[in-house]
Design a protein around this ligand. Structure first.
Ligand code: F0G
Length: 454
């Protein structure tokens, strides 16, 4: 069959409150043209993030009821630990309330002034936690990973030559080597198994621990199955096992590829490092068998991890992203190619080439998507990255708009509707105007800045 159907039926629904274009014009004005300031009930299709927004299965909902809320030694923890170890063969699994808490604990031990940590691309919270410790983060993704139109199958790969050179130059200052799978900041692009293997080999040759940020590990593994020579016949579970057997540890946000609304973990093989991490955990998150989570959350994660490696699900998931990407390209809407695993990124700078970067084409497109169709997306461009700590304004490398898709939440007709909204916008794109900032904080301005149309 040509159509890859959603491999699930819907047992519980959440109604969407319908709004008109006129209402949305007023609502976005009241929100000062910042999509973060909207009430989510005023959004028809919420693509702000795929994090914590997925639909839980009936079995996950049932698992909530078997959650055991004991402070220490809860069976929920042991089910969680076994589910993680079933996929990722790490010795120590330390639960945290979300991914960034795992990062904060790791870098409170490995980071510090004078240290420098390479990765393909650090996600913002990873970089933020590295910098908060006084260390620096370095992004060494391959050149194709920075070219939105490149069709390279593994645009998340680390540039191995640059990693070698980096370790040769800064070896003493490097406490670990990291790799983000998939590479969220680069468009949800996968990393090949061969690349993971080489990164591990190089890190270990320099006696550095190799840590994977595994938020979207299953999507990455299915890309490996689809695109990498010799992997097509292998179960995703085996590919996942291979990916993590190469690493010495991982950070994880269970809000992505564990279908959970909250949660995360830090996994490590080294006993001393794990001991230090648990000490820190007790100060900041909680006792090592709950780490900032309720027992019911641990059970939801344990069940979610058995569902995420379902290959019918992964085929549908990656195909539904590619479908939207293809249809937008057919309309002449430029996107980051090939479409990634969790999101479709529109190249707003190219689409709205009449709007100068200093007038935030990404924000203009995101606002138009809301007004036209009630879609909430996220600007990833000069609004997000253009304000430097000294208050100067710079141009971001790209002005993108990210539509990140919650897992198992929206259907094919939602996808078709999104494409129709773009049809409308593309037809009158030359009439879209830029934006100016009327107020902004001194850092992380995208969350709270106020805008006005020009
Ligand atoms: N690493 C990556 C690659 C991520 O995408 C995220 C979160 C984190 C770490 C942090 O995890 O949110 O559980 O603390 N990304 C979300 C997003 C917020 O919208 O892309 P967290």
């Amino acid at each position: 069959m040509k159509t890859i159907i959603e491999p699930f039926r819907i047992k519980a629904v959440e109604p969407i409150r319908m709004t008109t274009r006129e209402e949305r014009l007023k609502l976005i004005e009241k929100a000062d043209y910042n999509l973060f300031a909207l009430h989510s009930e005023d959004v028809l299709i919420d693509l702000l993030t795929d994090s914590g927004t997925s639909a839980m299965s009936a079995k996950q909902q049932a698992a909530l009821m078997s959650g055991d809320e004991s402070y220490a030694g809860s069976p929920s923890f042991f089910r969680f630990e076994a589910a993680v170890k079933n996929l990722m063969p790490f010795k120590h699994v330390i639960p945290t309330h979300q991914g960034r808490a795992a990062e904060a604990i790791l870098f409170s031990i490995l980071g510090g002034p004078g240290k420098t940590i390479p990765s393909n691309t650090h996600f913002d919270t990873t970089r933020g936690n590295i910098e908060a410790s006084g260390a620096e983060g370095h992004d060494l993704v391959i050149a194709e990973g920075l070219d939105p139109s490149s069709e390279h199958p593994f645009k998340g790969n680390m540039d191995l030559e640059r990693l070698q050179a980096f370790l040769a130059d800064h070896g003493d200052a490097v406490p670990c080597v990291m790799l983000t799978v998939t590479n969220n900041a680069g468009g949800g692009q996968p990393v090949s198994l061969a690349n993971i293997r080489s990164v591990a080999r190089i890190a270990h040759a320099h006696k550095k621990p190799f840590i994977i940020d595994g938020c979207r590990f299953a999507e990455n593994a299915y890309f490996i199955k689809m695109r990498e020579d010799g992997q097509g016949d292998r179960p995703v579970k085996d590919i996942v096992g291979d990916m993590f057997a190469l690493a010495d540890g991982m950070t994880m946000s269970a809000k992505k590829d564990a279908f959970a609304n909250i949660g995360g973990w830090l996994a490590l093989n080294d006993d001393d490092l794990a001991q230090a991490a648990r000490n820190r955990l007790i100060l900041t998150e909680g006792f090592p068998t709950y780490g900032g989570l309720a027992g019911r959350d641990l059970d939801a994660i344990a069940q979610g991890l058995t569902e995420i490696i379902d290959e019918d699900y992964l085929r549908y998931r990656l195909r539904s992203m590619a479908y939207i990407g293809e249809r937008l390209e057919a309309l002449g809407v430029p996107t980051v190619r090939p479409t990634g695993g969790h999101a479709v990124f529109v190249d707003a700078r190219r689409m709205l080439s009449h709007i100068p970067t200093s007038q935030y084409p990404g924000q203009s497109l995101a606002v138009a998507m809301y007004v036209e169709g009630g879609i909430r997306s996220c600007e990833i461009g000069t609004v997000m990255f253009g304000l430097k700590p000294d208050g100067t304004e710079v141009e971001a490398p790209m002005d993108l708009v990210r539509m990140a898709f919650p897992r198992r939440v929206y259907t094919q007709s939602h996808a078709d509707y999104i494409v129709e909204v773009f049809e409308e916008i593309a037809a009158r794109k030359d009439s879209l105007r830029g934006m100016r900032i009327t107020w902004q904080p001194t850092a992380m301005r995208h969350f709270t800045a106020k805008f006005a149309p020009l």
